[in-house]
Ligand binder design. Structure first.
Ligand code: GCW
Length: 679
């Protein structure tokens, strides 16, 4: 069988010397309460136990020594409650408490929460503690998610192709739904619940209105029924022109009463089938998608209309800020901010404005999006891309939590120092009542879900950061490696280094020093800095690097596009001069001469070459380390990764050679000696 299907939920036998110790802490499971979420929690614990100890975990109805008591607070027996009451006051509706307590002289482990979902998260956490070989002896964990809506965005089409998907086809088998429920659906839900993901948008943001027909709503309901026990809400993308396409209306104008009624009716129809339907995700007036602007209306008009339709059902609208158009050729990076910031405070309470992490498009590195911090009265949702559209698809090993962490940790300075992006997103900066984080999924029909075995780490890491955006990416790397491959120290330490360096490696060999969007066009795979013939100026790599004989880079300071003015002080001032701009963002904000002298005293040209070379060497190092890991990993994943790393090395060289040779025409400078002759 193909390795990797079980993701990080491999419940392999616990080592002999630890087995008794762990088993001694888990006698039977004693569930209190009822309901399908509690049921799946018990089942998961039993499944894990059986894997760890090859023995069935019995259920009992009364508490004995070393039992695991699970249930929501209100269902627990009165003699258990006092020992966890204090902890229960510290958690939110989805948080949990895992605590070793004594009832008289009887030691038991309690897993409790305010809601069944919290209990399920607690059970998964308890299992993880065993997977990570942590002690259960005096276990006392109190944890709550810091962000409310933790959702995957599937860019899955109804014909099962996946936009920017590199792991096969869509896992949603629409053709056989609603009757055929595949085991994958359950395992998908388990995996998501195990990391706290509580929502999934099933369909592509480039949406088809067909999914809103009764025939499809029935299919969506079938999936929602599978996911519900796992605390996962289902969302759909809403194509703005749906009333035209499905509703016999001749307009989709959001201020037209018939259109408004159409959406209300549509929402009612969906909620009649799926009472806990999450709501809509909308891409409007972006890349040719229809939207309120088509009728001379604003994003607020559009978003609020949909928000009103789902509000009676407690639904939300996630309205994307990813907008740019060919009519504003000056600088694409500025457009979302200029279009959205003036509307701050005008969106309804159940609208989240969903903003990509950077102002261009999911590049290997971008400065944080200037909208973060600039809309204090509007709930803003982070959109990360887990699928590697611009980062080597599923061929390259890139550990994205490092990228996500970098963005979340950036200081927007909007209210003085310490106003990090994470604080904008978790709502703490401006007391936002609705919070969210979205990740564009990298999941498909590949037998290991993500194509590249290490792509799983990015799904896992996204979930962990959506739960707690302050989590250290190093911790995530270690957890994932231990649960996915091996707990051996030597393996974990060396591979953690590989994961943590892999993000900088891809930046080095693709777009160092603030370069961006120089991938070949359309598919975005491999280098294409020379492309300049596409109709829309902002789709051309030459638009972004602006190389000429005088220099390279995009001047976004005042004399240039002045996109920099969208950031707060002191960023604005610091980045206005190349000397005080972090070198990682240098060419994002400045157009500089090829012989511009950098901090190390060498020229820009030299440094650029050095970065590309470094990127290649980074991959070589990854390969060397991986080759030493053979003893820790099954042959299948070992060899698969080994072969994929060879692709990555070949392509790192491709990038280096292509970009440097292309830019050399402009720089007219010699390549430094460390760049090898082409093979
Ligand atoms: O990243 C770009 C992609 C498009 C995508 C768009 C978006 C779904 O190239 O494929 O469309 O962004 O995020 O809407």
């Amino acid at each position: 069988a193909q390795k990797g299907y079980d993701l990080w939920l491999q419940y392999d036998p616990v080592e002999k010397d630890l087995k008794d110790q762990y088993r001694g802490q888990i006698n039977t499971v004693v569930p209190y309460g009822k309901g399908e979420t509690l049921n799946v929690a018990v089942l998961e614990l039993q499944k894990a136990y059986e894997g760890f100890f090859q023995k069935k975990l019995e259920k009992s109805i009364s508490i004995g020594g070393q039992d695991v008591v699970i249930g929501v607070k209100n269902d627990l027996p009165p003699y258990v409650l006092p020992s966890v009451n204090n902890e229960l006051t510290q958690i939110n509706s989805e948080g949990f408490v895992i605590k070793k307590i004594f009832i008289g002289n009887t030691p038991v482990t309690v897993i409790t929460a305010q809601s069944p979902q919290g209990v399920l998260y607690g059970v998964f956490r308890f299992i993880r503690e065993i997977q990570l070989r942590k002690s259960l002896e005096n276990i006392n964990i109190v944890d709550s998610p810091k962000i409310q809506k933790r959702v995957l965005n599937h860019w899955d089409n109804l014909d099962r192709t996946v936009e920017r998907g590199y792991a096969g086809f869509s896992i949603w088998d629409w053709h056989h739904l609603p009757e055929l429920i595949k085991p994958e659906y359950v395992d998908y839900a388990r995996a998501n619940a195990s990391i706290g993901i509580n929502g999934t948008v099933l369909t592509n943001v480039n949406a088809s209105s067909v999914v809103l027909t009764p025939q499809y709503i029935e299919k969506v309901k079938a999936l929602a029924d599978v996911f519900r026990p796992y605390g996962i809400q289902v969302y759909l993308t809403a194509r703005f022109s749906s009333p035209l396409e499905l509703g016999d209306l001749d307009t989709a104008d959001p201020l037209n009463p018939e259109v408004r009624q159409w959406w209300k009716d549509k929402a009612d129809e969906i909620y009649a089938q799926i009472p806990d339907f999450g709501g809509f995700l909308v891409k409007a007036n972006s890349e040719g998608q229809p939207g309120p602007n088509n009728y001379g209306r604003s994003h607020v008009d559009g978003a609020n209309m949909l928000a009103e339709a789902v509000a009676p059902h407690k639904g939300i609208v996630m309205w994307r800020a990813f907008v740019y158009s060919e009519h504003d050729p000056d600088d694409r990076a500025k457009q979302a901010y200029s279009e959205f910031v003036p509307f701050d405070g005008q969106f309804h309470d159940n609208v989240l404005v969903q903003v990509k992490n950077g102002a261009i498009d999911f590049q290997p590195r971008e400065p944080f999006h200037p909208i973060f911090g600039a809309m204090p009265k509007t709930p803003l949702m982070m959109e990360f891309q887990i699928t590697q559209e611009y980062l080597g698809f599923s061929s390259h090993l890139v550990f994205l939590p490092k990228l996500f962490e970098e963005v979340l940790d950036e200081d927007t300075f909007v209210q003085g120092e310490g106003a990090t992006v994470a604080k904008v997103i978790d709502g703490s900066l401006n007391n936002k009542k609705l919070t969210g984080m979205a990740g564009v999924a990298n999941i498909g029909t590949a037998k290991n879900w993500t194509g590249h075995p290490f792509g799983q780490a990015n799904w896992y890491g996204f979930g962990r950061l959506a739960w707690d955006p302050y989590t250290d990416s190093e911790e995530i790397a270690k957890e994932w490696l231990k649960m996915t491959f091996s707990k051996d120290r030597a393996f974990v330490e060396q591979m953690t280094e590989v994961l943590l360096n892999s993000r900088e490696a891809v930046v080095n060999y693709m777009t160092p020093l603030g370069l961006h969007h120089i991938m070949d066009t359309g598919h975005h795979y491999g280098p294409g800095p020379w492309v300049g013939n596409l109709d829309r100026p902002e789709w051309n790599p030459v638009y972004y690097h602006r190389a000429d004989s005088l220099g390279v880079g995009f001047d976004r300071t005042a004399p240039g596009s002045n996109a920099l003015s969208q950031y707060a002080e002191p960023i604005r001032e610091m980045y206005s001069s190349p000397e005080t701009t972090p070198e990682k963002y240098l060419l994002w904000f400045h157009h500089l001469p090829w012989d511009y002298q950098m901090k190390n005293g060498k020229t820009l040209w030299y440094n650029m070459a050095a970065k590309y070379q470094q990127g290649v060497e980074d991959v070589e190092e990854m390969i060397n380390t991986w080759n030493e890991m053979q003893g820790y990993v099954d042959d299948q994943r070992f060899e698969q990764t080994q072969m994929l790393l060879q692709i990555q090395l070949k392509e790192a060289k491709w990038w280096r050679n292509a970009v440097l040779l292309y830019f050399q025409q402009f720089s007219g400078m010699e390549l430094p000696d460390f760049i090898p002759e082409p093979e």
